[in-house]
Design a protein around this ligand. Structure first.
Ligand SMILES: Nc1ncnc2c1ncn2[C@@H]1O[C@H](COP(=O)(O)OP(=O)(O)OP(=O)(O)O)[C@@H](O)[C@H]1O
Ligand SMILES: [Mg+2]
Length: 241
């Protein structure tokens, strides 16, 4: 379980997170909110790129903020980014294996290759693991990003708009993969996305950020019917989704 208390981030005069308190239970949890609501900033705090001015984060009983950011990766924190991170010139397998590079206790040699192939199999990537990522199409590249987030033994998987720009059918496939991350890897997963059908399909519970504050949290279907949530999205394209 992840318990966040009174988390505040300031960038000069901007307060992208303003006294956020929220709890994520094991499973795949949703985090939604309009553009600029603070979702990516929240992930940046969890992964250690951004230091909050106040607040605490307990993950499975450990104090995350006192852990150096490189230790968080070793500990099992993984994330995808809104922009793809895989290196085009490297092979699919090397891009996924890279994540395990500096993790003490991570599988090496043949066992590492096996872990990489397991992750590729789990995400349903049928491309040749030894071809460069640069030769892949958009859908396959997204699957590589997700494979990088689930390889080995992740404990917390943060997915930042993993399906953005994908056609419906491919989003549905990705949704089935994301929904299975907890049972397959044992990790708690948090999904940020603007596609409400994806969030509904993957997440039994969802929290909503708006202007840096949590305005609703609970069962996804209830949250999406919440007046305040609908109002926060009014005038944005998501309301049609
Ligand atoms: N490094 C930064 N310096 C200053 N302001 C920033 C920085 N990063 C983000 N912000 C501001 O913080 C607020 C939250 O941004 P954030 O990227 O977390 O939103 P988001 O919910 O992920 O939006 P989107 O759905 O568009 O990805 C925005 O007002 C943004 O302009
Ligand atoms: Mg974002």
């Amino acid at each position: 379980m992840i318990e966040i208390s009174n988390l505040t981030v300031k960038f000069g005069g901007v307060t992208p997170l303003d006294g956020v308190s929220v709890r994520f239970e094991p499973g795949t949890c949703g985090l939604i909110g309009p553009n600029g609501a603070g979702k990516t900033t929240f992930f940046n705090v969890l992964s250690g790129f951004v230091r909050p001015v106040s607040g605490s984060i307990s993950v499975f009983g450990e104090d995350l903020l006192s852990m150096a950011h490189y230790r968080r990766a070793r500990w099992g924190l993984r994330r995808t980014f809104q922009t793809e991170q895989a290196i085009e010139e490297l092979t699919v397998a090397d891009n996924v294996a890279m994540v395990l590079e500096h993790a003490p206790g991570a599988p090496r040699g043949g066992a590492r290759r096996e872990a990489v192939l397991d992750a590729l199999d789990f995400v349903g990537l049928d491309a040749d693991p030894d071809c460069p990522v640069g030769t892949l199409g958009a859908r396959e590249r997204r699957l590589v990003e997700v494979a990088r987030a689930v390889v080995g033994k992740p404990r917390l998987v943060l997915l930042d708009e993993p399906a953005a720009g994908l056609p419906d059918e491919e989003t549905e496939h990705l949704g089935r993969v994301i929904a299975r991350i907890p049972q397959e890897t044992g990790a708690l997963a948090i999904l940020v996305d603007h596609d409400m059908s994806l969030v509904s399909a993957c997440c039994s519970v969802t929290a909503v950020l708006d202007f840096g504050k949590i305005i609703a949290a609970g069962p996804t279907a209830e949250v999406l019917r919440d007046e305040q949530v609908i109002k926060a999205y009014l005038g944005t394209e998501e309301v049609a989704a």
